[in-house]
Design a protein around this ligand. Sequence first.
Ligand code: AMP
Length: 405
Amino acid sequence: MVTSLMILTLNAGSSSLKFSVFDLSAGEDEVANGLVERIGSAEGRATLEIGDETQRVDFQGDHSDAVELIGKFLRKHELLNKVNAVGHRVVHGGEAFQQPTVISAEVEKTINRLSPLAPLHNPVNLQGIQLAKQTLPDVPHVAVFDTAFHSTMAAQAFRYPVPQAWYSEHGVRKYGFHGTSHAYVSTVASEVLAKAPRGARGSTGSGAKRNHQRIITLHLGNGCSAAAILNGACIDTTMGLTPLEGLMMGTRSGDVDPGLASYMHSLGMSVADYDRALNKASGLLGIAGENDMRALLEMRAKGSEAAQLAIAMFVYRLRKTIGAFAAAMDGVDAIVFTAGIGENAAELRAEVCEGLGFLGIKVSMEKNAVRSSEARIIGSGSCQVLVVPTNEELEIARATIGVIE
Ligand code: AMP
């Protein structure tokens, strides 16, 4: 039985390491956090925060040095010895992991075995786990998988119409990503809607509608994905075997004709170049030469036709996805905007919702224009529209507690 509940969360990327410490004993206080960026480069830097104190330091070193730096910082502030458990973000759990899981040697092996499905993420996630275990050998380490929230999808949603053996022998199926974000914002949205005065909840119809059981979450950041969530369980999502499928993103294409690969190959393009082009040089960047939505909105305002087209494509594809997910759930009770673009780009939210009145989706221009870091309702139709700031670290901490308690 755990009495104090101090959780360290770690999110290891290829050139970054993010951490937070949450005290979950009497609430959900984030007591410290930080980010080591550009690991391995000469311009590495670390930002470490606790209370009102923020430390910014130059950083030269590898992931092992980054873990050491964070360990030192936490030790100095007498937090390291108070950590009860460590929650690690792990991108790909395949079909092996459908829940947050305490990390044993066997679990590490499986995360490693799944690396071909997420070559940029799983190896570095695993490295983060191994380094953190050396620093904190006596507490449980828990893996929280990006894919796990989507494990409730039925075969009709997760299978691709390709030869059966690709699935049975090679694991080719839709897995979905951004799971901790979709889980977090859909939970918060349900709480906000449950507390809202009846008139503000939007729903007018059946009991199911009143309870807002059909939610579409839109995680719109540099990476973008949507999820269709029915009674709290994901029934479909836009990302697939890899995080390249689905919506148009900052530098990723999202959906294209699968025949494009062989066409470009027939023109002499290698598999590696094709993969790089679709992941790093496509999406908003491919169309307008810029992947930052804030910059694109400014470019559009100044008359850039390329920016206008890129945003129009982004919005159009998003609207089609909302329509498809509404069809998949026999209607929709709430849509939720989150992540950098979803939380901040009011203009874009309004454009996405315009013309979706047939689904009961309407945005109050006044509420949409309010800037806030709080979860809020911005809709005025029978289907609610919300903005919910995501908090993947807190979701990882909650999931970690759920496993060790
Ligand atoms: P994320 O990956 O969640 O950090 O989101 C990054 C994306 O959010 C980038 O495209 C940013 O341009 C976009 N973003 C952040 N703030 C704003 C803003 N105020 N208006 C429009 N887009 C924004």
